[in-house]
Design a protein around this ligand. Structure first.
Ligand code: SF4
Length: 994
């Protein structure tokens, strides 16, 4: 029997009414109702309670999955349905037996632990074939060879597909012998008995199947059985016009009815309800994700105001994808929690454990386990672990400060020493030594507390000597319990739920490991870690809630058969609503055709049906979507919205308005900071000794100078996994320093022979790499060291020739110079100090040389550029920054000019006795050494003595004005005009230039 009702009718109420027709007083037990979701059952029970006064014998109520399970138990007494781990283990056993020479995706089938991720995928595919009542026996693959020949399938994949029936047969035999079944297998057995008419069923005179808009193969067989034997009633809610319209989402039900061999009733209820959507659905584009959540909160607030408990249950939120759940709970649900009139929510959508910080922690623990060799841990694995927020709250029972301070010190020790690998004991010894340094001011008792908490942290979180599954699970359990302990509840949002879910997953693994000891005998740490990860990845977190209280927050499937007054739909974006039909690597569409099971197109129809049925049953719907994603990319609204717009246009001859919702408050644009030179700042300023690089930083951006040199803020040091950027500079400087120490003169170098020199250079360079814990003979470092070595060889060859030709002698390397500079009107001298890379003598000329590993630039002083910095400190902002830019343009190699000032003062030299040049180690042959006192143009020549004197006198004068500005201007101003400087600036956050 088939009964159709309109979308606006309440399916729960109609189902209840049909049950009540068969009541005998207060006894409803002659009826059994089967429905697609547990939630439908909750609402149904409540409806019975409302419909019958007093106590009653309820009908038998079966969510479909539980129904199959109970029928399996009834028909196969003593048989047991396996959980996922047991089922995947059985898959592993069968795969080993069937694919003796290896299998697609896993050439040689490894131990169970390593195979688990594959076993999970195979299990999902087999379960789908089974529950869909897919074709298994007698498949003539030759007939389908077209598929496999035309499809771009690999030989091993074709073999895998062809052996699926054999695999299923092996699995069936294996499990039958043990009186076991996977859930899909159990369903299939039940359906087969139903098909043969041999199924034993619970006693009930009337059977009602309600809300099955689409059925899988096993469900179809089961319903037919009850229809034939018990004249079971199928209750469907539909849009009658859509039923016969092939492009309507409701056409799906016509296919379901046909598939069951039933006829549509002549009478169809209601009007064309899809067209009516236009009048009750409002579409709200939002500026962004936060904005969307804010508006969801506001709509809920408005909708729920004044509603009693019963009316609240008629409000629902549809979250199409589970990742939206946490933002929704944080941004909307938690705000109602703070309200005096707290609003209850019932959230049934599961959240993937994989996306939580708890999974990150587990992953970090496993990574340390996998990569630790002979007790040596990699800093790349250790630092993310100790920086994890849960680790920081895991210490002791009281004061967490010692642990936090300890972690901070450990980070500095590791980063400062660029320690790439270390042992726990070695690190703890370094920590003890570090804490004794007076600069930290750590009292002995506090140092003891730090040492003891750090040691306890290592015991909790650094896996030691773990070689088998039980000890790994015990270690993980202790680590997670120390995080999710009673005292930590409330420290982080959802920590309890995350911890409970993770500990539950560990318990399942523990149970499985206890009964399958032998499975893990050959597993190494990597495969054990893979098993834990794979098991955790499949878990979802359920949030507590009473099913029939408050606003219902659900995924699309849970709306099946239910009706709500008000529905709020979030994230109505293409790819989310409906979810992206991902390519299934095991069962792509043409392979599904071979097995005769539904494909993505069919699932898309079911998704559309569920969504439009939910809309049709609701009285009012708000659909929200963000126009931009969190990373600022434009988002495409869901195709379902386009369909609603189309329906509205058809009916009203105009598109529905969709006014964008903006935030209910304005976010003021961030102002870029200035820093006032108040008395403490001035005091600090006077005490600072300036350096050539700090003065260059000041010219580029005074505010950056303030952050770095006055406040002393520093970028967090990080262990460098690779010798990039500044570290390459350090390595090159170190190698050249040692080289010129050994070979200061051209004669000495010639005597040593070029081969020997180059061999020495290579050794010095490799030593410099190793000093920073990089291995120059492996991987990327090998390429880097080779490239750098080639450039250094080129340099020393050219430098050798230059030294020989010009009779140059390298006088000093890494020489420190200093002077006191008189700033007019300041009343005190300003200290300037710098360390130059190399000082060489060429006859009477002393030359400063600076090595640069960064990008080359033209360092020549541009004497002809006009520059007037008089009273720079009094200029307005625009004039000020224009003047600083002009200074940089005129003196691109200003650091060398400052060194010359220092050298002239120290050695009492005139300007014409001094010279300066950069060595650009990235430059090509002939362009490495570039002097700053060279004229511009094609026929460049060295400055005359007079030009050099003028250039340096002008520079000293201009620098004096810059220093007056530094000490007399009232504020440090930000110079955001130089985008390159800003893009590398570590102070963008405090500056406000984001
Ligand atoms: S971000 Fe730019 S403007 Fe701000 S401090 Fe850094 S360099 Fe200066």
């Amino acid at each position: 029997m088939l009964e159709l009702i309109g979308l606006q009718e309440d399916l729960v109420r109609r189902t209840c009414a049909r049950v009540l027709e068969s009541r005998q007083g207060s006894d409803l037990s002659s009826v059994a109702v089967v429905f697609p979701s547990r939630r439908f059952g909750f609402f149904l029970r409540q409806e019975f309670a409302l419909g019958i006064d007093g106590n009653f014998f309820p009908p038998a109520l079966f969510p479909i999955e539980a129904f199959f399970e109970s029928l399996f138990k009834l028909n196969f007494p003593g048989h047991r349905i396996l959980d996922e781990l047991e089922a995947t283990h059985a898959i592993h056993e069968s795969a080993v037996a069937v694919f003796k020479d290896g299998m697609y995706g896993s050439r040689k089938i490894a131990d169970f632990a390593s195979f688990l991720p594959w076993a999970q995928k195979i299990l999902a595919a087999l379960e789908e074939i089974l529950t869909e009542a897919g074709r298994i026996e007698g498949i003539d693959f030759a007939k389908y060879e077209e598929f496999t020949r035309l499809g771009d399938y690999h030989h091993s994949y074709k073999e895998f597909i062809q052996k699926i029936p054999v695999l299923l047969a092996d699995l069936g035999r294996r499990l039958d012998g043990r009186k076991q079944a996977t859930p899909g297998m159990a369903g299939r057995k039940v359906a087969e008995l139903a098909e043969k008419g041999e199924l034993k069923v619970p006693v009930a005179r009337h059977w009602i199947f309600s809300g099955f808009n689409a059925m899988n193969g096993c469900e179809r067989k089961l319903f037919r059985f009850f229809a034939d034997r018990n004249d079971a009633l199928l209750l469907l809610r539909t849009d009658p016009h859509g039923l016969n319209d092939p492009i309507s989402p409701f056409h799906l039900q016509a296919e379901t009815i046909r598939g069951l061999g039933m006829n549509q009733p002549a009478w169809l209820p209601g009007s064309n309800e899809l067209d009516d959507l236009a009048d009750k659905v409002t579409i709200h584009p939002c500026d962004g994700v936060e904005n969307e959540i804010v508006h969801a909160f506001r709509f809920l607030e408005e909708i729920c105001r004044g509603r009693d408990e019963a009316a609240l249950k008629k409000v629902a939120v549809l979250l199409p994808a589970s990742p939206s759940l946490i933002p929704f709970v944080q941004g909307a649900v938690s705000r109602f929690d703070q309200d005096a009139n707290r609003l209850p929510f019932n959230i049934t959508l599961g959240y993937p454990l994989e996306r939580t910080p708890m999974m990150q922690l587990v992953d970090s623990l496993l990574t340390v386990l996998e990569n630790t060799e002979s007790g040596m841990i990699s800093s790349g694995d250790y630092l993310p672990l100790v920086r994890h927020p849960y680790v920081k709250i895991s210490g002791g029972n009281g004061d967490l400060e010692p642990l936090k301070r300890g972690i901070h010190l450990l980070e500095n020790i590791i980063n400062g020493g660029n320690l790439t690998r270390f042992s726990v004991a070695g690190l703890e010894a370094k920590l003890s030594a570090e804490m004794q340094r007076p600069m930290h001011g750590i009292a002995p008792e506090f140092a003891m507390a730090i040492a003891s908490q750090v040691s306890a942290m290592h015991q909790r979180f650094i896996p030691q000597e773990i070689a088998e599954m039980h000890s790994l699970l015990t270690f993980l359990q202790q680590a997670l319990e120390s995080v999710g302990s009673e005292k930590n509840r409330g420290s982080h949002l959802f920590l309890n739920e995350y911890a409970a879910s993770a500990l539950g997953a560990l318990e399942e693994l523990g149970d499985f490991a206890s009964s399958h000891d032998k499975v893990f005998l050959s597993a190494d740490v990597r495969s054990m870690a893979a098993l834990v990860r794979a098991h955790f990845r499949g878990r979802t977190i359920r949030f507590e809630g009473s099913p029939l209280q408050g606003v219902q927050v659900m995924g699309p499937l849970e709306f099946r058969g239910l009706s709500f007054d008000e529905v709020i739909v979030l994230d109505a974006l293409e790819g989310v609503l409906p979810g992206t039909a991902k390519y299934d690597p095991i069962l792509p569409a043409d392979i599904r055709a071979i097995f005769g099971i539904r494909d993505h197109g069919d699932w898309g129809k079911i998704y559309a049906f569920n969504f439009f049925a939910m809309l049709g049953a609701a009285k009012r719907v708000h659909i929200l979507y963000p126009r931009k994603s969190e990373d600022g990319k434009e988002c495409e609204r869901s195709r379902f919205i386009e369909r609603i717009v189309y329906a509205a246009e058809k009916k009203n001859r105009e598109a529905p308005t969709a006014p964008p919702l903006s935030l209910p408050f304005d976010i003021l644009p961030r102002e870029i900071r200035t820093a006032k030179k108040n008395p403490p700042v001035r005091e600090r300023l006077r005490a600072i000794t300036l350096s050539p690089s700090s003065l260059e930083a000041y010219i580029k951006c005074p505010l950056q100078f303030y952050f770095s040199r006055v406040l002393g803020l520093k970028e967090r040091e990080e262990v460098a996994a690779e010798s990039e950027g500044g570290l390459i500079g350090t390595i090159a400087h170190e190698a050249l320093e040692v080289f010129y120490d050994q070979y200061p003169e051209a004669q000495a170098r010639t005597g040593a022979g070029e081969k020997a020199l180059e061999a020495d250079l290579e050794k010095f360079l490799y030593d410099a790499f190793r000093k920073l814990n990089f291995n120059p003979e492996k991987g990327l470092e090998r390429i880097r060291s080779w490239t750098l070595l080639e450039q250094l060889r080129l340099f020393i060859r050219e430098d050798g020739k230059r030294i020989k030709q010009n009779g140059i002698r390298v006088e000093k390397r890494e020489k420190t110079l200093s002077m006191d500079f008189e700033v007019p009107g300041l009343g005190q001298k300003v200290g300037i100090k710098g360390r130059l890379d190399r000082l060489e003598r060429e006859g009477n000329l002393l030359r400063v040389v600076d090595y640069k590993t960064g990008s080359p630039f033209t360092p020549k002083v541009r004497v002809n550029e006009s520059l007037n910095l008089t009273d720079l400190f009094q200029r307005d902002e625009k004039g000020y920054f224009d003047a600083l830019a002009a200074f940089r343009k005129k003196y691109p190699g200003m650091q060398l000019q400052i060194y010359l000032m220092l050298l002239a003062r120290e050695q009492e030299k005139c300007w014409d006795e001094l010279d300066a040049s950069y060595v650009f180690l990235r430059e090509r042959s002939g362009r490495m050494n570039q002097g700053i006192f060279m004229t511009s143009g094609r026929h460049s020549r060295p400055f005359t003595s007079e030009e050099k004197r003028q250039a340096m006198e002008a520079f000293v004068n201009d620098l004096g004005e810059v220093l007056r500005d530094l000490y007399f201007r009232e504020y440090f101003l930000a110079n955001p005009g130089d985008e390159i400087t800003c893009s590398y600036c570590p102070f963008r956050l405090p500056c406000g230039n984001l």
